[in-house]
Design a protein around this ligand. Structure first.
Ligand code: NAD
Ligand code: IPM
Ligand code: MN
Length: 329
């Protein structure tokens, strides 16, 4: 029942305080313990993912993470983002589920999280050329494809695989492997879509999608877009899952340095990430639904400034707690 909380940077500690307040009310038996990640960890000891944080995460039932990142380190060699990338790789949480829902739009982006451009060979050649490489092994594609098909089977039975197969060899292999995996899922309708078209379709006709599966960087970009067309970045949660070991639950958004420290960050993405944790890490689906319902209620009653309202992070959090069923406040 141990949950490692990583408050991170910028608005991270503000939205994490909200999640801790709500979890203490809703699921008081969970043991929440806090560790350093990102810029906070670099400042404390020079390493964005300290060994003791990694060890605590490995031994936990789940990791609940707020955003990391600080402009102070943008040009540094050691950066906060390296901490989260390494944590994802160490936990091998290759399947990043990013749901986006509003009105009759209800889709999930399944983003491959530990391969591709983020983790391929990189460097500088003698002539000064800088390179990052998009690399995938077919096994990496196969396991994310299986996850996506399983999810599609449990939902609307439609899977859109997004790639750039008209240009990239990794995408051509991706497409071939996804087609092979599709053989085991005849009940799921599979379509391939090029990523540039997918961006256009997401912006203009998002209702057509059920489950989207795509490689790491395409998924990064498309998930911000999906968030924007379903109410905003402040609302979008994610769950990163492997085959075993703890899952990692974090908002899609970043540390929002432009509003950090003002107490006005929208905690919904963080709270919905906590709901995904209750569901996926603990199988506590009832509590997850109660939390989601309370968040929806508070959103309707008293939204934060990013949504045109005037609630603070703290007052919104109290509204969520007030909307939880009596006995869980
Ligand atoms: P961002 O997501 O932090 O912010 C983009 C815009 O959305 C900003 O105007 C911000 O104020 C707004 N916003 C985001 N979340 C919000 C919330 N909860 N409530 C209200 N408004 C919100 O993206 P950015 O500015 O490009 O990145 C800032 C830093 O965050 C960078 O260092 C980046 O690397 C990092 N980052 C971290 C994660 C993560 O930890 N998973 C994710 C994305 C970006
Ligand atoms: C996200 C973020 C991260 C990513 C950064 C901070 C490394 O943008 O979780 O979407 O690109 O994966
Ligand atoms: Mn991103």
């Amino acid at each position: 029942m141990r949950v490692v909380c990583l408050p991170g940077d910028g608005i991270g500690p503000e939205v994490m305080a909200s999640a801790e307040r709500v979890l203490r009310a809703l699921a008081p038996d969970l043991e929440l313990e806090t560790h350093l990640l990102g810029a906070a960890a670099i400042r404390a000891g020079g390493d964005p993912l300290p060994e003791e944080t990694l060890a605590a995460c490995r031994g936990a039932a789940a990791v609940l993470k707020a955003p990391i990142g600080d402009p102070e380190f943008d040009a540094a060699d050691i950066r906060p983002e390296q901490g989260i990338m390494r944590l994802r790789a160490e936990l091998d949480v290759y399947a990043n589920l990013r749901p986006a829902r509003q009105g009759d739009v209800d889709l999930v982006i399944v983003r491959e999280l530990v391969g591709g451009l983020y983790f391929g060979a990189r460097g500088v050649r003698e002539d000064g050329t800088v390179f990052d490489t998009c690399e995938y092994h077919p096994r990496q594609v196969e396991r994310i494809a299986r996850r996506a098909f399983e999810l599609a089977r449990a939902r609307g039975r439609k899977l859109t695989s997004v790639d750039k197969a008209n240009v990239l060899d990794t995408s051509r292999m991706w497409r071939r492997v996804v087609r092979e995996v599709a053989g085991a899922y005849p009940d799921v309708e599979l379509e391939d879509m090029l990523v540039d078209n997918a961006a256009m379709q997401l912006a203009s006709a998002p209702r057509q999608f059920d489950v989207i599966v795509t490689e790491n960087m395409f998924g990064d970009i498309l998930s911000d877009l999906a968030a924007a067309v379903t109410g905003g970045l402040g609302l979008a949660p994610s769950a990163s899952l492997g085959d075993s070991g703890p899952g990692l639950f974090e908002p899609v958004h970043g540390s929002a340095p432009d509003i950090a420290g003002r107490g006005i960050a929208n905690p919904v993405a963080m709270l919905r990430s906590a709901a995904l944790m209750l569901e996926h890490a603990f199988g506590r689906t009832e509590e997850a639904r109660r939390l989601e319902a309370a968040v929806d209620r508070a959103l309707a009653d008293t939204p934060t400034p990013d949504l045109g309202g005037s609630a603070t992070t703290a007052s919104f959090t109290e509204a969520v707690c007030g909307a939880l069923p009596a006995g869980a406040r």
